[in-house]
Design a protein around this ligand. Sequence first.
Ligand SMILES: [Mg+2]
Length: 208
Amino acid sequence: MHARIWTVRTTATAAALTFVAALPVATAHADTAATTTTAVRTQSVDYYTWLRDVAAVVAEARPYIEQRTADPSGEKQAIVLDIDNTSLETHFHPFWELPTPAIAQMRDLARYADSRGVAVFFVTARPGIIHSLTDWNLKKTGYPVDGLYVRDLPDLFDEVSAYKTEKRAEIEAKGYTIIANIGNNTTDLVGGHAERTFKLPDYDGQLS
Ligand SMILES: [Mg+2]
């Protein structure tokens, strides 16, 4: 009888120990899974991974700009940049802490283009009410700014991609050849009016 109880207790204890031993592991797995899911679905994009991914695109864009500006033949050349998470590290800094830092590699690319005689235009879906603030932020963080397009009231009714395309067409109408259009969302890049597009990561729309 005693023996049987002991056996039962031992078995129960062993089962409990197994359960307890397994618990942290299971929890750890669950946490990892949750973190991974969060990273994919919400705002946990890893900053350093993002910077590396941005660097890979800049590494393609720079030699292209170098080659494309080697002989401008009197052409007025321009590049167009999106702002949030293309020029400024918007996703990774609270909006109330200003200025929002530049993405250093992109600022260097913009300065390089500027040094090669290329005009640097910004086309953003930001509303007109923060035009001055955005202009100040870009300049304060070291960007050359030849033009900044924000969404004015009538533009707010356009699809973002249609609005951005329209602004590139306006830049072209001023006599510029847009040699590169750089953005992190597809809506920054579709619609033509640029010789080449460069897409930075948005991780399935997580980065605006
Ligand atoms: Mg963006």
